[in-house]
Design a protein around this ligand. Structure first.
Ligand code: NAD
Length: 498
């Protein structure tokens, strides 16, 4: 059985806890490797190495640090095919989508190459007589990243790009479900010239996470995962005086106005609701058609098209989507379909019990479509995270717009319309962090910033973009003067600018 080791101080590190997690191939349902789980002592060892590596890395001028990132980007690009296959074999997303996962991460690395400019401080000459004030951004020290299973390349690269470029050392605890890509990404960092210790990979479960959250040398924690765990991360970091950003779950709505281009809408929903088997925090699992005619047309066309989707093994180039990540997750999604049915929604297309010939033990779920879903149903209120599209009908834009605003999650939302005025009003008022106007998956580009609202993010600072630079740095402000003789200003009153 292949074993996936930790990665500490520039090399593979074999843990000694005797605790492992199984890593499955979701296409076959077979265990393909086991990953080591770290305890407190191993996490502490990784942090110790990171402290040593960080000092020299932070002392390197930012242009040189940026050059390591530039080389890194090329190395990852050169390995795109094999990384995508590795990713797909543990996650189950199709190869083209696995490449998208890697490329969206690389775009953050690309943005972080501008770190010499992004870390510049501010300067005021003569803020007082002969007094200048300037500020600088400095790294925090050793920081931690904890990532979910659904983007095993992109989200680790969000953390890596922003924290490493700014001169920190990062201890990453990737998802135990698909840990191989983060390890390979770490090896490529070494090839790119990153000094030992600046990026440590520690595998594990709650025990490893808790060891990071409570260790005094971890100065900040960036987390992405489900909302309950995100909330726990936020509370524990607060108790331990740490800076944190903790992104959580989602239930994104797509509002379909009567004037929308229905061809585009159906096409966009197919990709956004079912792509990656619905396992995206920016998926579009709720459609809100406005008016009966819009709803009837949307539901009829969606049903026809969803039936044609090809569910296949993740290496099938023709497949629209592959299996979900685990047997437990398949069960959870199917339980939600059963719940929706019991709650009285109209189950028009049922993906339960789907099997793929030759891959009967794979974690496949067929496309599922519900109509007449109501807001008091638990299957609507919760995140399902599977290939399940729920249609909630609304009478008018006002009623439709309340749905995402009133929902517990507020990650992304989309509106489909030809009316600039309706879209503008909606974007301004909706209580959601990322808005798409005729764009189904509005994940902001790397030089903007990513973050939801409400239970989708327990944080003041978004991921990546200039917000990411702020998160991973602290400001020091210097007030200086260079006296030229008798300064004669002994003062017992706080200096003011009066
Ligand atoms: P998860 O919360 O189960 O796991 C995320 C990380 O937390 C993993 O590294 C895991 O090992 C760790 N973890 C799990 N249980 C823990 C515990 N009790 N204590 C401490 N650490 C624990 O999430 P997942 O299933 O891997 O990922 C899917 C979830 O992530 C979905 O809810 C999805 O919406 C969300 N997500 C959110 C965003 C976003 O930016 N908002 C992006 C991607 C995924």
């Amino acid at each position: 059985m292949r074993e996936i080791n930790h990665f500490i101080d520039g090399k593979s590190f074999t843990g000694a806890t005797g605790k492992f997690g199984d890593v499955y191939n979701p296409n076959t349902g077979e265990v393909q490797a086991r990953v080591q789980f770290a305890n407190e002592a191993e996490v502490a060892e990784a942090i110790e190495g990171a402290k040593k590596g960080q000092r020299a890395w932070a002392a390197m001028n930012p242009q040189r640090r940026a050059r390591v990132l530039m080389t890194y980007k090329t190395l990852v690009e050169n390995e795109m095919d094999s990384l995508a296959h590795l990713l797909s074999s543990e996650h189950g997303k199709v190869i083209a989508d696995a490449k998208g996962d890697i490329i969206r991460g690389l775009e953050v690395i690309e943005f972080a190459c501008g770190v010499p400019h992004l870390m510049k401080g501010e300067y005021t000459e003569s803020a007082g007589p002969g007094i200048d004030v300037y500020s600088m951004r400095q790294p925090l020290g050793v920081v931690a990243g904890i990532s979910p299973f659904n983007f095993p390349a992109m989200i680790p690269m969000w953390f890596m790009g922003m924290s490493i470029a700014t001169g920190n050392a990062l201890v990453l605890k990737p998802s135990e479900k698909d840990p191989s890509v983060p390890v390979r990404l770490a090896e490529l960092w070494m090839e790119a010239g990153l000094p030992e210790g600046v990026l440590q990979i520690i595998h594990g479960d709650k025990q490893a996470v808790d060891a990071l959250l409570t260790h005094e040398d971890i100065k900040a924690v960036s987390f992405v995962g489900s909302s309950d765990i995100a909330h726990y991360i936020a509370k524990t970091c607060t108790e331990h005086g740490k800076r944190f950003q903790a992104m959580g779950g989602a239930k994104n709505h797509g509002i379909i106005m009567p004037d929308a281009d229905m061809d585009q809408v159906v096409n966009d929903f197919l990709g956004a609701a079912f792509g990656s088997a619905g396992e995206r925090c920016m998926a579009l699992p709720v459609a809100v058609p406005v008016g009966k005619d819009t709803a009837d047309e949307f539901v009829a066309r969606m049903l026809e098209e969803a039936k044609k989707l090809r569910v296949g093994v993740s290496t099938d180039a023709e497949a629209h989507y592959g299996p979900v990540v685990s047997a437990a997750h398949k069960q959870r999604v199917e339980d939600y379909i059963t719940m929706g049915e019991k709650e009285g929604a109209d189950l028009l297309l049922d993906g339960r019990g789907f099997t793929l010939q030759g891959h009967e033990k794979g974690y496949f779920i067929g496309p599922t479509l519900f109509d007449n879903v109501k807001t008091n149903m638990k299957s609507y209120q919760d995140e399902i995270f599977g290939p399940v599209l729920q249609v909630v009908r609304a009478e008018n834009l006002d009623e439709a717009a309340h749905l995402p605003s009133d929902h517990q999650y507020g990650n992304g939302v989309a509106i489909f319309t030809r009316s600039g005025l309706a879209a503008r009003e909606f974007a301004s008022k909706v209580q959601v962090g990322m808005v798409g106007i005729n764009v189904p998956i509005p994940v902001p580009v790397a030089y903007h910033t990513f973050g939801g609202w409400k239970r989708s993010a327990f944080t003041d600072t978004n991921q990546y973009g200039t917000e990411g630079i702020r998160f991973f740095t602290k400001i020091k402000t210097v007030t200086q003067r260079w006296p030229t003789g008798d300064i004669g200003d002994q003062a017992f009153v706080i200096p003011t600018m009066q």
